[in-house]
Write a protein that binds this ligand. Structure first.
Ligand code: SF4
Length: 341
């Protein structure tokens, strides 16, 4: 298989050009073809010499991968299935909401973090995606130019694949890349502190931290990461970080009935978040097979939101989207497509 060019930075494209004995500006031209224009193959790169096109085509491929399947929800959400390395697959959710179209991308095949409430976690870990495979979920969609926002909340823990995630963010936001504002991109993490600090340093994208409980013991039950990087430490780092006026930090909070939805939780959330300019996104739990956790009713969610708001915490309820096609939060999995038998 030839090496793909899609997913390379400008620096890398320049090196490739000079390695083939082509002028350095060929790197710039390649980045324009790959990230600004629509191109079917090297033959269509009309501002490159014929010899350059032949040379590139003999060693490299463009590297776009079409989705192999799509399912559409009654609410308009679509779940795309993309091929990734060595016969594996990843899922990507397309979530339209009036003027806004959010794409939820995957960063790994499966995940090693083992959160109790998550289908991807149950799949186990099969590998990291390259920057090209992450970005392909965006660029290879037929209607990719309609996408207004990207969230790294699909399969995998993005900060467990930090290098490739940072590279994909660079290509998304650089003027020579897709030139998107980092304010349209949110990277979600369960709170791997050292990687989170590096992400904050090297990118301007928004940060979302999966919290799900303010209490140590309870969070440990939900998310094994709590044993290694406790929430307290994550919050200490966030509190001391200067997010400026534009950059947002939010906390994802999946509500489980009679587990993390009590007045004691409201009080503790208010205590641990004091001094942090943030928002909480409440997410209704989407039950998955094999967990004892249950979903709260609509009234309980509204009530929990109102109590947080009364404590002065900006709180929103994330609408559940695509649940009928298993595209909603925590439901992505390509386990059934793996060659495990
Ligand atoms: S919630 Fe995120 S980090 Fe936890 S297992 Fe699922 S994909 Fe991995």
């Amino acid at each position: 298989m030839m090496e793909p060019l899609f997913g390379k930075t400008l620096e890398e494209l320049k090196k490739i050009a000079s390695g083939l004995g082509l002028p350095a500006f060929t790197g710039q031209q390649l980045s324009e073809w790959l990230y600004h224009k629509e191109v079917a193959g090297f033959d269509s790169m009309t501002n490159l010499s014929k010899q350059a096109r032949l040379l590139l085509g003999s060693k490299y491929e463009l590297g776009y991968l079409e989705p192999v399947d799509v399912q559409e929800s009654v609410d308009g959400t679509k779940k795309y299935l993309f091929p990734a390395m060595a016969g594996k697959f990843i899922e990507t959710a397309w979530i339209p909401d009036r003027e806004r179209v959010t794409l939820c991308v995957s960063s790994q095949v499966g995940c090693k973090m083992g959160c109790l409430f998550c289908m991807t976690g149950k799949q186990g870990f099969q590998g990291n995606l390259t920057a090209g495979e992450i970005l392909n979920q965006y660029r290879s969609l037929p209607e990719w130019r309609k996408i207004t926002n990207l969230v790294y909340m699909g399969m995998g823990e993005p900060l467990d694949n930090l290098g490739e995630v940072l590279k994909s963010l660079e290509i998304l936001t650089a003027p020579w890349g897709f030139a998107l504002s980092p304010r349209r991109i949110t990277v979600s993490t369960i709170g791997i502190t050292p990687a989170m600090l590096e992400f904050l340093n090297r990118s301007q994208a928004h940060l979302a931290v999966s919290m799900h409980s303010p209490f140590d013991e309870e969070r440990r039950k939900l998310m094994p990461v709590q044993q290694v990087y406790p929430l307290e430490e994550v919050l200490r780092e966030i509190r001391s970080w200067d997010f400026g006026r534009q950059r947002r930090v939010s906390f994802e909070y999946i509500l489980f009935r009679n587990f993390n939805d009590t007045p004691t939780h409201v009080r503790e959330l208010s205590r641990i978040l004091s001094g942090i300019r943030c928002r909480i996104n409440l997410i209704r739990f989407h039950p998955i097979p094999g967990t004892p956790l249950e979903s709260p009713g609509k009234e309980q969610i509204l009530d929990f939101r109102d109590k947080l708001v009364a404590k002065g915490i900006t709180t929103t309820i994330r609408a559940s989207r695509g649940q009928d096609i298993w595209a909603a939060c925590g439901l992505l999995s390509t386990k059934k497509l793996m060659n495990t038998d």
